[in-house]
Design a protein around this ligand. Structure first.
Ligand SMILES: C[S@@+](CC[C@H](N)C(=O)[O-])C[C@H]1O[C@@H](n2cnc3c(N)ncnc32)[C@H](O)[C@@H]1O
Length: 240
């Protein structure tokens, strides 16, 4: 779809350029190519963040041809992108971190002094579980992450900070949720229905499923917290 939007923009631009009496300056061509692709992308229903990618892509192509960077840089960029985003083309859940205000909200939701088993499914760089573990030494706090680079960073950070959180590399869909009192998820709309089906099958009554930003269509949460600092909502389902 993205490629189609860029091609459609290129064809439109070529048609317009052909009809013009004077040559279009390069900078204007680059700008219009990005703008048109963003408009086509939006028209075809692509997510809003694609507009920025479409707008910047022609500039990146121009930079690639004019800067003549050694090809190793592209390989490095590719390897870094793959190890950060891994299978997000399949899971539809890319990496983007939650903010400290959210970690504090999650900590406040939990019963104080109770030893809990909590996991962040898709733990990214590991901040949320490490924050919880700091104030709950009796609890067992874990993270599971499918992408190697964020997982490795979370393991190194936990070692460096002497945190007790255990981070494992893997797919949360292969876990058994029955083992946990609290499951924290910051995923994407695409993952929520399957997550709910799994939670209903496996989570014990009284355990909590917490989702940042993304609700479960048609399922009323037990609580919904909105932070004053403009961060996204936190949805909580107490399993029955
Ligand atoms: C939006 S980020 C959230 C990161 C972290 N929980 C936080 O709050 O900062 C979602 C993370 O889930 C990971 N992820 C996506 N699908 C997964 C899966 N099936 N199993 C484990 N991790 C997954 C992604 O690689 C990504 O790092």
């Amino acid at each position: 779809m993205a490629l189609l939007a860029q091609c459609a923009a290129g064809l439109t631009l070529l048609t317009v350029c052909g009809a013009l009496p004077v040559a279009m300056p390069l900078w204007l061509g680059i700008f219009l190519q990005g703008l048109l692709a963003a408009v086509y992308g939006a028209y075809w229903g692509m997510a809003s963040w694609w507009r920025w990618i479409h707008a910047l892509f022609p500039l990146a192509v121009w930079a690639m041809f004019s800067w003549h960077l050694p090809s190793e840089w592209y390989l490095l960029g590719f390897v870094l992108s793959v190890s950060l985003y891994w299978t997000s083309f399949r899971t539809q859940v890319p990496f983007f971190p939650s903010r400290p205000v959210v970690w504090q909200q999650v900590a406040q939701l939990l019963a104080p002094h109770q030893a809990l088993r909590l996991i962040d499914i898709g733990s990214g760089l590991g901040d949320m579980p490490m924050h919880i573990a700091k104030s709950r030494p009796r609890s067992q706090v874990e993270g599971i992450e499918i992408a190697p680079l964020p997982w490795l960073i979370s393991v190194l950070r936990a070692k460096f900070r002497r945190s007790d959180v255990s981070f494992r590399l893997g797919d949360y869909r292969a876990l058994n949720f029955v083992d946990y009192d609290v499951i924290f998820a910051y995923l994407s709309p695409a993952a929520m229905l399957a997550l709910w089906d799994k939670a209903q099958l496996e989570m014990r009554p009284g355990s909590l499923l917490i989702s940042l930003e993304f609700d479960i269509p048609g399922v009323q949460p037990s609580r919904c917290l909105q932070s004053a600092q403009g961060s996204p909502a936190l949805y909580v389902w107490e399993m029955t």
